[in-house]
Write a protein that binds this ligand. Structure first.
Ligand code: SAM
Length: 338
């Protein structure tokens, strides 16, 4: 076995220091690009989901091995009760420099201050539309949803007030669904000092849905609502999060363009994912992962856990392969953790 410093370096020399932790496979939204439609039947039993203490033990060990950045995700992380307690447990490890959460914000308003006080640094919020009727169609695409767009917008304001900043807003671009309101979303983000990122839709578990929705970033960058607001001739800044960031023409912010499909960023990928049922996955589109839950529950030694972590790291392919035609993928984005 390699020495501990190199455990999180993969076969291709990439040092993995960023862990996404899915705290639940449940979500209050049912977006078509994130779900397969089969989740209702495959939802994990509560006992299958890692407890906060099991997550803490895993993150503590992985922090020792070099993880410095943790993002809580799901499903919808705010569905999980007392999430602020988990935030405190992770913050108390002491070496996590950046502790963030991805949320749809519908349940954020009453929790924002508590989470900040517990040690959450900032939030990424999914916002695909600013129109109430569309919101219902997007988040309710595969089921009944009671959240409203107003809940989400109130959540965003609460996050700003609680100083969970800089807020990042993520909008998945969907052809014929929201591709005519990208300019409005830019204006909304710019007025609030939020960092907006447009994201290409990825084929997760429903390839026919993906084919319907996918719009390459090259095409997005030519839309008049983009070119009138974004300086597309500027030299893009490429960050670790794989976003190409361009300045707004009004000088009031930037917009990130994340193109996981048309402009792969595997060479700079530093991520690992822990699913809510305790599987460690080194590549989002790959269905390969390693179960660490059983080891956690049978008092495995630290060395045994490290060996499982190493096994997952070694599974990371040089380039992640998406499957464009097959609907049989093991897990949807909702179940892996985005
Ligand atoms: N429920 C939270 C939320 O809505 O932000 C966290 C989980 S969600 C899986 C995390 C992110 O994954 C969201 O920003 C969502 O838009 C993104 N996502 C899900 N499926 C996607 C897909 N097929 N392509 C691109 N982004 C996707």
């Amino acid at each position: 076995m390699t020495d501990n410093n190199a455990i999180l370096t993969d076969k291709f020399g990439r040092a993995l220091n960023y862990l996404r932790v899915s705290v639940t496979d449940r979500c209050n939204h049912r977006c078509s690009y994130c779900t397969s439609g089969k989740e209702e039947y495959s939802q994990k039993a509560r006992t299958d989901i890692l407890s906060y203490d099991e997550i803490r033990r895993t993150v503590t060990l992985m922090a020792k091995l070099g993880i410095t950045k943790v993002r809580l995700t799901g499903g919808e992380p705010l569905i999980r009760k007392d999430l602020d307690q988990l935030v405190t447990m992770i913050k108390d490890i002491g070496t996590i420099e950046d502790l963030t959460m991805t949320t749809n914000a519908a349940l954020l308003k009453p929790m924002a201050r508590k989470l900040k006080a517990a040690g959450l640094d900032r939030v990424n919020i999914s916002l695909d539309t600013l129109r109430e009727d569309r919101f219902k169609d997007i988040v309710g695409a595969r089921g009944v949803v009671t959240a409203t767009l107003k809940d989400v917008l109130d959540g965003i304001e609460a996050a700003i007030e609680a100083d969970l900043t800089p807020i990042k807003l993520n909008a998945v671009i969907m052809r014929t669904i929201n591709d005519d309101e990208l300019g409005d979303i830019i204006d909304y983000a710019s007025e609030r000092g939020a960092r907006l990122r447009f994201i290409e839709c990825m084929p997760m578990s429903d390839s026919s849905e993906w084919k319907r929705l996918y719009m390459p970033m090259e095409e997005v960058l030519k839309l008049p609502q983009i070119t009138s607001r974004v300086d597309t001739s500027a030299v893009a800044i490429k960050d670790r999060a794989a976003a190409y960031t361009l300045p707004l023409k009004n000088g009031n912010g930037t917009v990130g363009f994340v193109s996981p499909m048309s402009n792969r960023f595997c060479d700079s990928c530093n991520r690992l994912r822990l699913t809510s049922d305790g599987r460690l996955r080194a590549c989002l589109p790959s269905d390969k992962d390693v179960d660490i839950r059983d080891a956690l529950r049978t008092n495995a030694t630290e060395q045994e856990l490290i060996e499982l972590i190493r096994k997952a790291v070694l599974m990371k392919p040089e380039v992640g392969e998406y499957n464009y035609d097959d609907d049989s993928r093991g897990r949807s984005m909702l179940q892996i953790g985005g």
